[in-house]
Ligand binder design. Structure first.
Ligand code: CA
Ligand code: CA
Length: 162
């Protein structure tokens, strides 16, 4: 592979802007940190070390242990809903671990709140539990710790300085 071939693949001028909400784990940690406090029209070049990007696993055309450079520009800012700390919502006994029982309880409450028919909810919840404990439980102890949890877990920003 020639030098910069990865960069060229990712360099797609004219690509439509993407929309995401900071603080909710939708983008790589390097973006979460590097894009903070930007205003509309501002441009920033982000040099992101691999551990704040795709780390040892890589992703798609990005090989493992790859540092990334992004040229970013904020096109617009939209007021989103306050981020929810889903980890806290699932961890009802607040021991900083999600058990299968806690996750199953949370999912069944969600399904009822969203009026998902029971027979569909059972299938959905099973798949989500498998994904949660198959992917996030990295040390395989049957519980998902705060650090392991890949979903939204950031508390909404406090505005007491205003
Ligand atoms: Ca717990
Ligand atoms: Ca674990």
């Amino acid at each position: 592979m020639e030098p910069n071939s990865i960069l060229r693949k990712l360099d797609r001028p004219g690509r439509p802007p993407i929309t995401f909400q900071l603080g909710t784990g939708q983008v790589i940690p390097g973006w979460e940190q590097g894009l903070l406090d930007m205003c509309i029209g501002e441009r920033r070049k982000l040099h992101i070390p691999s551990h704040l990007a795709y780390g040892k696993t890589g992703a798609g055309v990005i090989p493992p242990d790859t540092d990334l450079i992004f040229e970013t520009e904020i096109v617009t800012l939209i007021d989103g809903p306050p981020p929810m700390n889903v980890f806290r919502m699932i961890d009802v006994d607040r021991d900083n671990y999600i058990t299968i029982e806690e996750a199953a309880l949370y999912l069944s409450h969600q399904a009822i709140a969203q009026r998902v028919p029971n027979e569909i909810a059972v299938q959905q919840n099973k798949a989500q539990l498998q994904q949660l404990f198959g992917t996030d439980d990295k040390d395989r102890d049957g519980r998902v710790s705060y650090e392991e949890f890949s979903g939204p877990k950031v508390d909404p920003p406090q505005h007491d300085e205003l």
